[in-house]
Design a protein around this ligand. Structure first.
Ligand code: DAT
Ligand code: MG
Length: 147
């Protein structure tokens, strides 16, 4: 089953949005496969955001993402990679539609509450950076036939 990497960023943790964000994915019908509260090392941050290393905001991005605990998760379900991106909304919260996570809870592009993988390749890469194979729990929900 398709999986994606989702992370509540330090601003989201500080603003008590872990529960709200988990709730949205549960309500949608997706299944949590792994989750942990953790501090990200500078090395992990630079690896995770490697595609942005030449951008002017890279230093700021790494210092922000390492500034406090994050809640890292793996969510599973049909179409979850693309649908999670829709649920998150545009990168800049000022462009994100109301009803999306960034549209409802963010103001600045630097502090946009949530990260989600943008493709199957990045989902696999990011899940591998944050979790071991045996951290992922595979189970059937009896409700899944109704979703
Ligand atoms: P996304 O998180 O929507 O996948 P991205 O991969 O383009 O967006 O950028 C990663 C993060 O970097 C983004 O969530 C916030 C930050 N960022 C992006 N563009 C920025 C900018 N112009 N100024 C400051 N931070 C930016
Ligand atoms: Mg991205």
């Amino acid at each position: 089953m398709e999986k994606t990497f989702i992370m509540v960023k330090p601003d989201g943790v500080q603003r008590n949005l872990i529960g709200e964000i988990v709730q949205r994915f549960e309500n949608k019908g997706y299944t949590l496969a792994a989750g942990k509260l953790m501090n990200i090392s500078k090395e992990l941050a630079e690896e995770h955001y490697g595609e942005h290393k030449d951008k002017p905001f890279f230093g700021e991005l790494v210092s922000f993402i390492t500034s406090g605990p994050v809640f890292a998760m793996v969510w599973e379900g049909e179409g979850v990679i693309a649908t999670a991106r829709k649920m998150m909304g545009a990168t800049n919260p000022q462009d994100a539609e109301p009803g999306t996570i960034r549209g409802d809870f963010g103001v600045q592009v630097g502090m946009n509450v949530i990260h989600g993988s943008d493709s199957p390749e990045s989902a696999e890469r990011e899940i591998g950076l944050f979790f071991n194979e045996d951290d992922l729990v595979s189970y059937e929900k009896t409700i899944s036939k109704w979703v």
